[in-house]
Design a protein around this ligand. Structure first.
Ligand code: ASP
Ligand code: MG
Length: 447
């Protein structure tokens, strides 16, 4: 079994849906297709939910009508026969009559979750009809029948595995299944979701639950890039990453994958492949734990970082100082990303500053405190890169003359992180591309 997840842009129009149908029918081995909502839909549903919560009923009504007409258009473009269009009307009406009902009654959190689920219910419902109309044998299964959260609001792999297998047993001959990403039931039996961007997580959970051969995440770029293509001109797709490398990259800014989404696949060692719907021939990025190389793979940047330095002569030759510092952050449920220490000072970074003032007040009891907002963590990712003197040397050369605030090397074999004022991010990423990855953009010679 292979699990293929297509994101919002991949199912963003009738034309894109047709293209997905082509992609998934190229080979005949068993597959489960996980779909996101049509791109933009979940955002619009969030807005409608906000209007309903604020009792701006007139505006909510307009927003619902606008979305409704977008789906009418999609339906006409996607389905050819009147018969199929009639069934499509029903799919759309199911969702939109529910939404219109929200205008009449009190609207709370569980209704909001039900509202957000409509995006994936619509995309899978319509896509399924397109397949049927074109003679492609597929079975739509509801994620609500197997994607269930436990009392802690977490998906339980064992439970999902049992329930999903039961669902699949109903269709022993079936080779192609379609289901919704993102949506689930919580332990109260109400509709809930796996948080924004959660469809990747759905695919990874299904892959792990069924011990799939592979999980494929289809988006609109050809895999993880070695650098941020929005900032640096000459980037390349990384063909292979270990799970740890991918997790570091996802956490430190590569937007293509949510940091926790591949954990279930990682636990069961299911390879995850990132592919590009617009360029299906491109190899994409394979994430698994085979063929570990000792090379540098990519660089990512995380903005919105605040550095905090605590300096105290009491730290000299004393024990327990760091413990006290950590306890303060812990008591405000604020996690620390980078940390560097000297004998009389410790510097650390946070990205959540919601309790910063209180934290600083407590830290001031231990020593003098300096806070530097608007910093960026630049994180170089690869395997054993800290042992590779050339990489370390090139990194420092690339950052020459930049006011590096912290360096963290040796925390794991997978990353070297440096902290810089945010204003230096672009320059740092470009120079790292030139010097560390050797991808300098050559000036075209003019004669
Ligand atoms: N449709 C949901 C969202 O936009 C889930 C997803 O696309 O992954 O967040
Ligand atoms: Mg996504």
């Amino acid at each position: 079994m292979r699990v293929l997840k297509f994101g919002g842009t991949s199912v963003g129009s009738a034309e894109r849906m047709r293209h997905v149908a082509e992609l998934i029918t190229k080979t005949s081995e068993p597959k489960i297709i996980v779909l996101s909502a049509v791109s933009g839909t979940t955002n619009k549903l969030v807005e409608i939910g906000e209007l309903l919560s604020a009792r701006s009923l007139e505006m909510a009504h307009l927003a619902i009508e606008k979305l409704f007409s977008e789906y009418q258009d999609l339906l006409k473009e996607l389905l050819a026969s009147n018969e199929m269009r009639e069934i499509g009307e029903e799919v759309i009406n199911n969702s939109f009559s529910l939404m219109k009902n929200y205008l009449k009654y009190p609207f709370g959190k569980s209704k909001n979750n039900e509202l957000l689920a409509q995006g994936e219910l619509l995309s899978t419902g319509l896509f399924n009809l397109y397949l049927a109309e074109n003679g492609i044998d597929a079975q739509l299964i509801s994620a609500l029948d197997f994607m269930h959260l436990d009392e802690n609001g977490e998906p339980s792999l064992e439970d999902i595995s049992i329930k999903l297998q039961k669902v699949l047993e109903n269709y022993p001959e079936q080779k192609l299944f379609i289901t919704q990403g993102f949506i689930c039931l919580n332990s109260e039996g109400d509709i809930d979701n796996l948080k924004r961007g959660g469809s990747d997580y759905t695919a990874s959970l299904i892959g792990a639950a069924l011990n799939a051969e592979e999980v494929e995440i289809w988006t609109d770029i050809d895999g993880m890039h070695n650098n941020d293509p929005r900032i640096v001109e000459n980037t390349r797709a990384v063909q292979h990453l270990s799970f740890d490398e991918a997790a570091e990259l996802a956490y430190f800014g590569a937007k293509i994958l949510h940091p926790t989404s591949i954990l279930p696949a990682q636990e069961r060692e299911i390879p995850v492949r990132l592919k590009n719907t617009m360029n299906p021939e491109a190899p994409g990025t394979l994430i698994d734990n085979t063929g570990v190389t000792r090379t540098v793979k990519a660089v990512a940047a995380k903005d919105g970082i605040t550095a905090i330095k605590i300096k105290s002569s009491r730290m000299l030759l004393a024990h327990g100082f760091l413990l006290k510092v950590f306890q303060i952050f812990d008591s405000f449920k604020t996690s620390i990303d980078l940390i560097t220490t000297s004998e009389i000072a410790v510097s650390l970074t946070v990205d959540d500053t919601s309790h910063l003032d209180d934290i600083v007040l407590e830290l001031e009891k231990l020593g003098s405190v300096e806070v530097d907002p608007e910093q960026t963590i630049i994180c170089l990712v690869g395997n054993f890169i800290m042992e590779n003197g050339e990489v370390v040397n090139n990194l420092f050369n690339a950052l020459e003359k930049m006011p590096v605030r912290m360096i963290s090397l040796g925390g794991s074999k997978n990353n070297i992180s440096v902290l810089l004022p945010a204003a230096y991010k672009q320059q740092a990423l470009k120079q790292i591309n030139d010097v560390v990855f050797g991808l300098k953009v050559m000036e075209i010679e003019k004669d």
